[in-house]
Design a protein around this ligand. Structure first.
Ligand SMILES: [Zn+2]
Length: 218
């Protein structure tokens, strides 16, 4: 997927249908907004950081040199309404509407490992969350960038049974966990499947029927 496709991939939460918010992992001070030809990432003062990732695959930066211009940026679109995990983080308080930012974890540990840790913990199955994330990796020599590592994560329940779905474009795999809260660990279904295409899925009901089709076919 190119930047435009991945950025507009989903705007509303698959669980609650509320508008998703955008965050730049590791850079709480940066604001992301759309501009005419792409995405603009900037700091709040006008001589600060400025990056324009154009949808044509090129990027431009402000004149001053900042280290961030060479960094791979991890962009997250997530639902703050459902996201129990987001709410648990002290940095959440700093997040404002669209363009607000959340620092999830110290640099180096990373967002994904933080969430893997959460998802492996069965006591958290009553939580809900929806987010997807992707990386923008700039190539400063050619002034181009690559979009990669798109990932989508959905976790929900109806008080009786729970579902977690991890879609990894990098691994081309969907991981599904499903069970009832009354189940023993042995009864919980853990599946690894070829990645599901969820682009036309808008609700959790549609998602469940899609998974059931997949399970039947595999
Ligand atoms: Zn939601």
């Amino acid at each position: 997927m190119n930047l435009k496709e991945v950025f507009t991939y989903r705007d509303k939460c698959l669980i609650c249908n509320k508008e998703l918010k955008v965050f730049i992992n590791d850079y709480p001070q940066l604001i992301l907004s759309l501009h005419e030809n792409g995405i603009k990432i900037s700091s709040s003062h006008n001589k600060g950081i400025l990056i324009l990732f154009n949808f044509d695959g090129t990027f431009e930066t402000g004149r001053r040199k900042y280290g961030v211009y060479k960094d791979t940026l991890n962009i997250i679109k997530g639902c703050t309404n459902c996201n129990y995990c987001f709410n648990q983080l002290p940095e959440y308080n700093n997040a404002i509407n669209f363009g607000g930012t959340i620092k999830f974890k110290t640099r180096g540990i990373g967002y994904s490992s933080y969430f893997s840790a959460i998802e492996n913990n069965l006591t958290n199955l009553k939580n809900k969350h929806y987010y997807y994330s992707f990386n923008i990796a700039p190539d400063s020599t050619n002034k181009t960038y690559a979009v990669s590592a798109y990932r989508e994560s959905i976790k929900f329940n109806d008080n009786i049974s729970f579902w977690t779905i991890e879609n990894s474009q990098t691994l081309k795999t969907s991981y599904i966990t499903h069970g009832k809260f009354s189940d023993t660990i042995e009864q919980i279904l853990n599946l690894e499947l070829p990645i599901m295409n969820l682009s036309n899925i808008q609700t959790t009901d549609q998602l469940i029927s899609k998974i059931k089709t997949y399970i039947t076919m595999s």
